[in-house]
Design a protein around this ligand. Sequence first.
Ligand code: ADP
Length: 884
Amino acid sequence: MIKLLPDNGYKDIFYNSEATMLIIGVDKPYYTIIDVNNAYLRATNSTREALVGTSVFEVFPRNPKNEKSENIELTIVSFDEAIKTKKPHTMTNYRYDIPVAGTEEFEERWWTTTNTPVLDANGEVSYLIHSPADVTELHQITEREQKNEEALKLQRQQLFGTFMQAPVGIAILMGNNYVVDLINPSLCDLYGQRPEEMMGRPIFDCIPFVRGKGFEEMLDSVLAGGAAVSGEGVPVLLVRERVLETVYVNFVYEPYREPDGTVSGVIVVATEVTEMFKARKLLEEAEERARLAVDAVGLGTYDLDLISGEMVTSKIAANILGFERPATRAEYVAAFHPDDLPLRNKAHEEALATGRLIYEIRVIWPDKSIHWIRLEGKVLFGEDGVAVRIIGTLLDITDQRKAREEQQKLITLVDNSVDLMSILNLEGTNSYINKAGMNMLGFEDADHVAQVPISELHDPAHFEQVKREVLPSVMGKGRWEGTMLVRHLKTGEIFPVYNNCIRIDDPVSGVPIGVGAVMRDLRPEIAAKQALADSEQLLRNITSAAPTTLWMSDKEGSVTYVNKTWIDWTGREYAKHLGSGWLHSIYHADRPKVAEKLTGDIVVHGLFEVEFRLNHADGTMHWCMLSGQPQYDARNNFAGYIGSCVDITDQKLLQQQKDDFIGIASHELKTPVTSIKAYTQVLERMLTRKGDVKEAQMIGRMDAQINRLTSLIGDLLDVTKINSGKLQFNDSEFDFVPMVRELVEDLQRTTERHILIEQHEPIGMIYGDKERIGQVISNLITNAIKYSPQADKIIINSCLLDDEVQLSVQDFGIGISEDKLTRVFEQFYRVSGDMQHTFPGLGLGLYISSEIIKREGGRIWVNSEVGKGSTFYFAIPLQPKNRG
Ligand code: ADP
């Protein structure tokens, strides 16, 4: 069963409906509120009591702060419309602010409202159902969105405007072919194309000359890797207005990313910098040129602040001043040569007046080398006229200075040359002649030089030769040299000169501008040659007349000259003696030793003497002494020998006679002296026995003198034997040291003043003639005693050196001067001098000793100092195999 709604059941539905509703009367202009539902009360924060029976516009008045709003008018229109049409009328999204209860304030509200007319039985509108929906929130959202959208639109418009008007070129290239998706006029201009020609086409089709210059790769890399690429001042070849030209471009390629992040194209931003680039290049080139120029001449630069004293220098400037890197002004000044400082200070003073600084100064580098520096500068003045800065350059002019000095030297040299040096101009007069030249030709002074034409410097016939031969050669080939005759201006003497003429050309144009001449007066040379010829002739005459032979050999030992005397002696013609031919005249047994002197001594090139026998033309044989003196050329190289050959046959004969005489005499003396000695010894013994001590002593002294006589005779006999090659040796093994000790013991007895000190190394047995070696030692010790009368000791030392025994006898006596050291071993040689006569002797002891030592295969020598003493040494081999 259907339960009917109660009477007020519809009212309940109305009150409780969720849709906001108001029932409004049609009593225009009041539109009184007849009823209201709960949802409406909630939506408008009001109470039924406040609303019902009141005009709707009274309860919901106009918001005074929103005067422009026509919400009331709009609502009335809607009411009227609904009444008039008797159909619902809807107002969408309009503003109608609601008063806030208990305040004067309003709350902004937006509504969409339908006014529905309710008709009575007569079909007239009896009231309106006003049902507003609060759309404030929705409205606000829509409004915001609208604003956003407008702003975005605006932004896009602005961006596009900017893009199109941007002074930089921008384009978006899409895909692998880099199709122009968007391009602005700037970039089109840069490419020299119109936008419609480029849009939608691959970029490289539009600008084909750019292909293959690396741009594709750059774009590819951006497209592939997504990293931006940029370039600055990159040259690009483009056809613009039908002209192919290189333009310089700064550009950036950026990846064009899709919303999902993938790179689908490249954004190109490019600006043309051709002008700027050209200008910059020009500037750089100019700078580079300037820098090169400065560097090339090694110019240093500096900037000196006169107020603070601070000085800024370039590295080169510092280098020029001897510093590795720029230093302070004080450090630089400290390096200046102190002598030059006053000059520099004066230059600075002057600079303040003239505005220009210039001076040259010496600078001492850390390595103490001196460098000449030229400083130049411009003074800059402040507004008050005070000098504030000097900017300038400095240059190492050491070389220039040196060149100047060299030039000065050259001038001095030319001025002081003994040869004539002149410069002849093309007019036929000399523009310069040095002092020597003026004297040679009789010029008075420089003016005189300028006035006299060269024709006057020769007699007419000789000048013809100059014109015909000399001048054409100089002007044509550039030089002439040879002998010519000149005339002295004052004396008229005509004399020969050797003239060396050179054409002087202008270094720039190459055109001849003069002739330089160096002229040597040949008179002294001719005189000298004559003198030489004369002296040569004289020499030839002398050598031919000389009783001795003269000869010359070359550096190979081959004879190149023998004089007439040699030819006379040998009776063979000149040519036969040249080379080694001369040896044929020498007695055959002597030939090798003579030949050896000339060729064998080639390496040593010593002074030599050699004795030999020569076969004379008349069949006789003569003893000769050939001596040779080594000759050296200008470069000190051995050039051969010059020597002489003297006939010594007579001397030889005399020597022989002397040797024979000494031999016979000493032999004859020996027998009586031996018997005297025997008698003396018997006599001494008899007297001693008788007790006649004094007499016995005298006889003892006599015996000592006889001993000396015996030894002198022995020496003489030895010499004779040596000279005739008859000195006998009885070699055997003997113990060396005991032999020496025994000898020393005996000799110690002969001197009271000297102590004979022995120092011996163990030597052992040696092989040789014990008597003869003993004779040598005894001779050396006797000499040591004899020639050191003031000294008190003599040192005898023996030692082993390698396979030799060496013995030395050292005394502290008178010594021997250096030039006599080797001569003491010569036969009959005695050092002459003041003390000579104080020491008796024949000058044979050392000669005999040296012969003995030589024969034993050893060496003998002496070290000595005058006044300090001498040490005589000999060394002989231990074994006979080494003996000569
Ligand atoms: P002499 O019979 O004159 O001593 P020597 O041949 O023994 O002859 O010596 C030659 C010369 O050498 C001597 O005249 C002497 O001038 C010098 N002489 C030799 N031994 C010594 C010495 N020990 N000190 C200085 N001079 C010496």
